[in-house]
Design a protein around this ligand. Sequence first.
Ligand code: 5RP
Length: 220
Amino acid sequence: MDQAQKKRQAARAAIEFIEPGVRLGVGTGSTVNLFIEELARVRDRIAAVTASSRETEQRLKAAGFEVAELAETGDLDLYVDGADEANKHFHLIKGGGGALTREKVLAAASRRFVCIIDDSKWVAVLGRFPLPVEVVPMAQSYVARQMVRARGQPILRKGFVTDNGNVILDVHQLSITNPPDMEARFNQIAGVVTVGIFASRPADVILMAEDAGIKRFDRR
Ligand code: 5RP
């Protein structure tokens, strides 16, 4: 099975979490795009849906969904999203698509967070994937210096502006051995909007597609 097929499998597996009357949050990325395609089959079960990015909003609308704001839906029953990396503690790196801030808000507002990945995303230690950090534009060089002090190599994502009007620093060479600690420390840096470490609000369920099928992990 190639990676695209695995992403499709993971997206399909998430459909069983869509219960009647669900208030649903939808993440961003290529795996989620496949999930949106699958979602049409269970349209009747969805009471309300909100999106973590303009791109997802457009895709949901194109699939015939009416997309609400989080302010309208209130807290969510379920959030489904992909990840750039995941570990056995249900900690994630997210933000490869640049939607990390809204993704973090939807994950925080949700009772259950189901993460859909293929097995290339599974790691022992987070940090092989460059850590996305959303930054207020005028703070970009200051935050970059703080990242160098933390032994990272920040690279500005060129030509990219987030849905919130900010920029992204992709921080290479970090070995994230204590994700909750690094998330909390980087969150304290002035000018940082969101760190792409999802540890204080980890995933609740990981559905990982591998050659043998779907592996499901549940956080206790
Ligand atoms: C977007 C994200 C995505 O979940 C992450 O980049 C994974 O994307 P894909 O499903 O395309 O591999 O965090 O901000």
